[in-house]
Design a protein around this ligand. Sequence first.
Ligand code: MYR
Length: 185
Amino acid sequence: MAPAVPRSGDAIFANVERVNSELFTLTYGAIVRQLLTDLEEVEEVNKQLDQMGYNIGIRLIDEFLAKSNVTRCVNFRETAEVIAKVGFKMFLGVTATVTNWDSEGTSCSLILEDNPLVDFVELPETCQGLYYCNILSGVVRGALEMVSMKTEITWVRDMLRGDDAFELQVKLLKQVPEEYPYKDD
Ligand code: MYR
């Protein structure tokens, strides 16, 4: 039966967004499940998810730069804020908090209190070593490599392992200066 009061456009869009996000979450879950079946070893699945993320990240950076209008960051601190507030929002629908900076400003943590990838997810005993969200670390690593930053990314906290948040440590290993493509003669 049709609703007596038509839903407003906003409500319909919110609903479409929710359904898209659920579909995305469930699709990711199906991919992880398939990898577990095919690869058998949890360590191999972790590697594969990271590699898939990396492959996505090296392509996603173009879309990110085009859509966000973000210009060159002055330092790694600014880059981390851009990833947390603009990148995560754009592709995951949530923002992260940047914290735990080292004194050189080359290592920090991105904290996610809310992570749509893990809605409906519970890890069975046999998957305790799984980094379920490893695709995210791969995406960030790939995207940063495309803007000349080599990074090492590690999960420090994981809610699926009983922690109170997701914490990704991002370490800048090397920043390759970009070469100016033309020479003045
Ligand atoms: C620059 O200094 O060139 C700007 C660098 C901005 C890098 C932003 C990378 C965005 C990564 C998005 C990750 C999304 C994960 C879901």
